[in-house]
Design a protein around this ligand. Structure first.
Ligand code: BT5
Length: 274
């Protein structure tokens, strides 16, 4: 009897068979275990790996979130991958792209999940992927050579695919979810990765073609933060309450503070208030 695809270890042949991209994933490194796929991709980037190089691992021993937070990355269950994006413009436009890449990566994850599973995840600004109020995945973008013509971005993506509720550590159980939990069936990670790379490539090409407006519009439609009461946790333990109004052309979140003044938030953690 053959093992269903959902339970097979990730392997390069299965991913390559499913892949329909032009460039993303055409250079592919499939590893059983790494500290972090972002770190592995950064090393490859330093060795001049080409645009679109992908690192995917069965397990991470030091998976990272933003601000040095930990990303729970048990073996054989979920998707942990990093994509190296090059071909960024120089000059002023570069900063604009760097703000949008994390947002368009979150959109690509949502769309790929929808195509593969028919679930319809949303985004919590800037780049948390949610099913209902629970976190299904996250994006960690790390850039190098910023301001030069060699700028590169590593887009690290984690999606909880086949992890069961009882396999999450206690502190994550109330706030995290997976495709298995939401759809009550396991999913083939190779097919999900291939769909994700296609959706990411399409949106990166939109950015390259100057179609920022399309990405912004898609983001506003997917974003569960818009219209919500929010608390923004800023640096140094400060916070600000208000209502999230829109996404600005630079990707920042416009918040109407409780005193009626406006704030455009570029970095910070958002809490959706009830
Ligand atoms: C993120 O950070 O959401 C970005 C996560 C990116 C992970 C990928 S995996 C492949 C690549 N290689 C890496 O090393 N990283 C990337 P942040 O917004 O800071 O969220 C981190 C918080 O999410 C933690 O503090 C926990 O509360 C929660 N968390 C940790 N692991 C989780 C999981 N597996 N599912 C849901 N929530 C989790």
């Amino acid at each position: 009897m053959t093992t269903p695809a959902a339970f097979q270890p990730l392997n390069a042949q299965a991913i390559q068979r499913a892949l329909s991209t032009r460039t993303l994933g055409r250079t592919l490194h499939v590893l059983d275990e790494v500290p972090s796929t972002n770190t592995a991709a950064a090393e490859l980037a330093r060795e001049n790996a080409p645009h679109g190089t992908v690192v995917v691992a069965g397990c991470q021993t030091a998976g990272r979130g933003r601000l040095g937070r930990h990303w729970h990355s048990p073996s054989g269950k979920n998707l942990y991958c990093s994509v190296l994006l090059r071909a960024l413009p120089a000059g002023e436009q570069q900063a604009h792209w760097l703000s949008w890449i994390p947002l368009l990566a979150a959109l690509a994850v949502c769309r790929a999940v929808q195509v593969v599973t028919s679930l319809k995840p949303s985004v919590k600004w800037p780049n948390d992927i949610l099913a209902g109020d629970r976190k299904l995945g996250g994006v960690l973008c790390e850039s190098s050579g910023v301001g030069t013509t060699h700028a590169a971005v590593i887009v690290g993506i984690g999606v909880n695919v086949n992890i069961r509720e009882d396999e999450f550590p206690d502190e994550l159980r109330p706030i995290a979810t997976s495709l298995l939990i939401e759809a009550r069936q396991p999913w083939d990670r190779a097919a999900l990765l291939a769909a994700l790379l296609l959706e990411l490539e399409t949106r990166y090409e939109s950015l390259q073609a100057g179609r920022h407006g399309d990405i912004r519009q898609e983001y506003m439609l997917r974003c569960a933060t818009i219209g919500r009461r929010v608390r923004i946790e800023l640096a140094h333990g400060e916070s600000m309450d208000g209502t999230a109004e829109s996404i600005q052309p630079d990707g920042s979140l416009r918040v109407v503070r409780d005193d009626g003044t406006l704030a455009d938030v570029r970095t910070g953690d958002v809490i959706h208030l009830r």
